[in-house]
Ligand binder design. Sequence first.
Ligand code: IMP
Ligand code: MG
Length: 181
Amino acid sequence: MEHTIQLHDKKFKIMIPAEEIDRAVSAVAERVREDYKEIDTPVFLGVLNGSFMFMSDLIKKLDFNCELSFVKLSSYTGDHTTGEVKTLIGLNNNLKDRHVIIVEDIVDTGESMEHMIDLLKAYEPASIRMCTLFFKPAAYRKTMPVDYCAMEIGNEFIVGYGLDYNQLGRNFKDIYVVTEE
Ligand code: IMP
Ligand code: MG
């Protein structure tokens, strides 16, 4: 495990080792399993690119029949939110009357999540909940509940396990935090 990494102009240091991520993913998967094991074939909708690793590990811990799909909603260009969100692409499942669980890498201000939920409502699903790997409660500006959250963090900028800084850092299995220098 590398203790510091350089991505573009910034240095990052290790913050959450892979083993700890795995424990948090197991705990959130258990909550999802309890709530959905009796539900008829829920649909997990991963938001690309950031959620691919979380989705992969989460879904392996679930033992009931479910569907999985990935959608894209890109709004982020640097290490702060642009406030500008694009449309939903890649959705080809019929979501009418289905139970949908959105799978996100991180909920920061909640803008992307809110936009995603608004777009999904048009498909008339039976329910929509969100499951995020990380949640930044101090940055959150919305009122809708974050139904499932594996880990809460402060306002620091993190990378690894799917999360990026200008497209770099997604491949690392541990979570790294930006350093001040
Ligand atoms: P929101 O719309 O402000 O909630 O931002 C959500 C999106 O911003 C996430 O899906 C990420 O792509 C990106 N983001 C927010 N915080 C971080 C971070 O600490 N590291 C990497 N990406 C982040
Ligand atoms: Mg994202």
